[in-house]
Design a protein around this ligand. Sequence first.
Ligand SMILES: Cc1ncc(COP(=O)(O)O)c(C=O)c1O
Length: 374
Amino acid sequence: MRDKPINIAQPTFLGNEKKYVTDALESGWISSIGKYIEIFEKSFAQYHGVKHAIATHNGTIALHLALAASGIKEEDEVLVPDLTFIATSNSVRYCNAIPVLTDVETDDWNISPSDMANKITPKTKAVIPVHLYGNPVRLREILGIAHAHNLIVIEDCAEALGAKYEGKPVGTFGDIACFSFFGNKVITTGEGGMCLTNNDDLAERMRILRDHGMNRNKKYWYDCVGFNYRMTNMQAAVGLAQLEQIDHLLSARDHIYDAYCDCFRKFPLIRLQSTHGQQNTNWIFTLRIHDFTFDQRDSVMAMMKQKKIDTRPVFYPIHQMSFYQDPAFARGGFPNSAFISREGISLPTWVGLQDDDIRYISESLMESIQQCTP
Ligand SMILES: Cc1ncc(COP(=O)(O)O)c(C=O)c1O
């Protein structure tokens, strides 16, 4: 038994974070004006080879900003996966629009193109494919359906910075892509988010809406109801330092993923997300325990806790939440999201985790599973 608990996630600050934050503090520019915001935005856009990056205070409002700038309004329908973090679908409700929950695929756990196609109506205006746990969605199929029905595509890349689809970074395929820099993400700014787009008009609208709807050429003159969704210079200072280390941060995650796979190679009950040959960013190592019930999965998590190992359940399907019971949101069944959620568990994944930690976590998991198997 370890003395110290192993956390599910931990940020890593190995570069210029302190230096840049100190510089921001000493400059006096601590709110949402300051050089780090522009440099961080430019560097993030450049990393993706995209024209515009618009920094926000967190990833949830990045999604809302993207939807608002795309003109999503009351009664519009937006397709979202049933298995995702709640912010994906709540952001649609912030626009008084209707998030139409869509089942996921059993292999990659991402939004199902066929269920998506089935749920399109004349009111459908957009789709938010989520690269769940860093695993790229089937972009070709989704883009094909979206283009055929004239839908706006907003990629939710909150968990997927660094993932690649056909060799290109995710976040470069849709009309807009949204990222999160929460403390457990690939790079962090504490709280933080970003919208990416190649569309000049959408970028301009997002910049205006982010800043209360203020006219860009006339200070304190407002053209619409906007929001205060700005990122601070201090957040951006941390973000820039983190982005400078992206290659190291990503390769460390790849190593952790490979090390886990190695440990579980001969264990028959573990199932992983299929990547279809694409590059998962390995944000958090997540697996299914084959044929387990909720109770068995929760018992495994409790045993891991006794061994001082922090784990987390896969997201609960959104259609199960009390405030998503309206048939406007949840049409038809969701057999796939339900069973993935029931069997799913995430293991500690953060840069700095050592190979012997991974062995200890994996052996503890296999022991716990065996004890919970009748
Ligand atoms: C898929 C997904 N979308 C959106 C968000 C929202 O990001 P934030 O926590 O920065 O608001 C998250 C955050 O964890 C997420 O996992």
